[in-house]
Design a protein around this ligand. Sequence first.
Ligand code: F6R
Length: 589
Amino acid sequence: MCGIIGYIGTQRAAPLIIDGLKNLEYRGYDSAGIAVLQTSELFVKKDTGKIAEVFSEKDLETIEGNIGIAHSRWATHGGVTKENSHPHLSNDGNTAVVHNGIIENYQELRKFLTENGFVFKSQTDTEVIPNLIQYFMQQGTSFMDSIKLAVKKLEGSYALAIINKNAKKLVAIRKESPLVIGVADHGYFVASDVPSFLDQTKKVVYLYENDMAVLNDKMEFFNIKDNLPVVRKIDNIEWNVEQAKKGNFEHFMLKEISEQADAIKLAISQDEKQIKEVADAIMHAKGIYFVACGTSYHACLSASYKFAKLANKHVNVALASEFPNYKDFIVPDSLVIALSQSGETADVLEAVKAAKEKGARVISLVNVVGSSLTRYSDETLMQNAGPEICVLATKSYTSQLAILTLLAYALAGKYEEGKNKLKELVNSIYYLTSTNTREHIKQLAERLRYVNHIYLIGRDLQYPTAMEAALKIKEVSYIHAEGFAGGELKHGTIALIEPGTPCIVFTSSENEKKILSNATELKARGAYIIGVGPNNNELFDFFIKVRESGEANSICQIIPIQILAYQLAILRGCDPDKPRNLAKSVTVK
Ligand code: F6R
């Protein structure tokens, strides 16, 4: 999704904001741009392409000015063109705006402004914002009041950073789209995400819904709805710059895959009291709904099996974007458990808001401190998995699974047993992420690098694993992959199996016979069978051993396939950290 960064202070803004923009690259983007306030004008440079292509070393050294905003765009309204890149300027060139989010009524506003003589240079929804500000300023209203009037006209979601040629200030506004202020010794930053400015400061102020921050030599906060001042506190970021950098790893994806043993250790050092309280809430709720998207949704599916198996508890699982279909069943005694590593996924926030309107209690499981979901929830369990920069969810997924496993054990009244079980996993995970395992899986990646399709099957808890493993393979290597329940393939998809079609089969001691019987059906059609599980078998053409760990199989068995997906991406020349068309925080519906 789009990334925003702005700076105001005593240093040159351009190198700081271009650097900050690079730190936001992981969010996904297709164009980039900056606007910097110079003595008598706004200097603007923007284009499509990578940040390093849009800005040269010379730009970093020569663009003067201490106030600036920058943006990396992930196209929504209008194609990937220079004109559609941000910042967008008002017609008089005095105001520059960068925006993340969607202005739903932009067509209406565009019509109104066009009727008032404004001309639009882009197809974006954003361009109405600087022009609305100009419209109000032309009526004699001050810059600040014009911003407030303009924002009142906007419907939709927006994180905005705004500067004006004649104002020595940087204005930031947040509504349903993340924005955080960085407080450095030499000035203030505003950004979509903390890693953007983490090498400059670890002091942050998280903006709340409808907050407007006015930054110059001090910072002030207002609520844009009632225009009243609000107080926001400075928080300290606990993780360090190194955690948000690649270190000795070639890619964040590999680094984060390798951090999973530590992420599990952190997950199990959860506050016991809080886990037990959430388990109690699950026990007493009338209707439990797990809600999430993508990988987090697979964690929910996995949880539904764990809750059923360990605690004899039925929970409903819904894709957040489909949650409106359940709305009529939500009552004040319902419990919605929302999972989102970013805490910013628009579909999840929408689902949670709908649940709250019905009076339901909302508990969330989130990795990013200060994210929107933490504010919409009655209670939040923090994953503490550390920053995950690669677009693909890896350690955040296994950390979600670890916490959900702990929760299922707590619900069954066996918290300690669950904790010990997870502790025992740590060594297996170190082994699964070791160079030895990686070398072994590399042989498989070499074998599969040119295939067009991979099918994955699993039964019970291995079914969500098959789905998640398929997602990992396709989103990073662009090989078509599909995960199925073992018993389901014969109901249609088996028609696609040809001699040599690779099929990954996840096994466990509990369902070995049944899943091997499904693997036999595939083998009979000539499939190349890759077994992942505790025991090798003559059916397998390739085998990846993963020690049996019962309900925790879901945590260990996904790891070899994360590694496979990474290696396939490398062999096929894909960028594992920034897959095409994808974004780390999906802040649009
Ligand atoms: C896949 C992936 C996505 C996210 C999904 C939800 O690797 O990362 O499928 O899981 O966009 O994101 P969160 O968990 O931030 O709500």
